[in-house]
Write a protein that binds this ligand. Sequence first.
Ligand SMILES: [Cu+2]
Length: 142
Amino acid sequence: MKKLFLPLVAALTFASPLLVAADRVAAPEGAKVYFISPTDGETIQGPVTVRMGLSGMGVAPAGVEVDKTGHHHLLVNKTIEEVDLDASLPFSDSTRHFGGGQTQASLDLPAGTHTLQLLFMDYRHISFDPPVASDVITVTVE
Ligand SMILES: [Cu+2]
């Protein structure tokens, strides 16, 4: 057991991050993701309608591997600097996936000021290289 276990741990510890990092798919040149709505600084009443724009790439559902496609992710009160871009993005209220290929969503946010950022990722929920991410916008929900 010991003989088998130690090399396995060593392999996972040292090899795994390198393999994942090397595995990031290159983003097509000029690929862009951006908010159609809301706009930066907007004040909103009720649910926030998020319309996600994309150019230079196409949308495909999660799990479907097609060249130059991926699906939208929305970071709520979080930015890509706080995300491990080499790993599959976790599913949470602050890291939302639109794995069905949605380009629009209705978001219930508590009253107050929130930041939003779009991050377009591949069929495995892993970032492209360089990341295809929008500007960070700030919205106020009344
Ligand atoms: Cu995803």
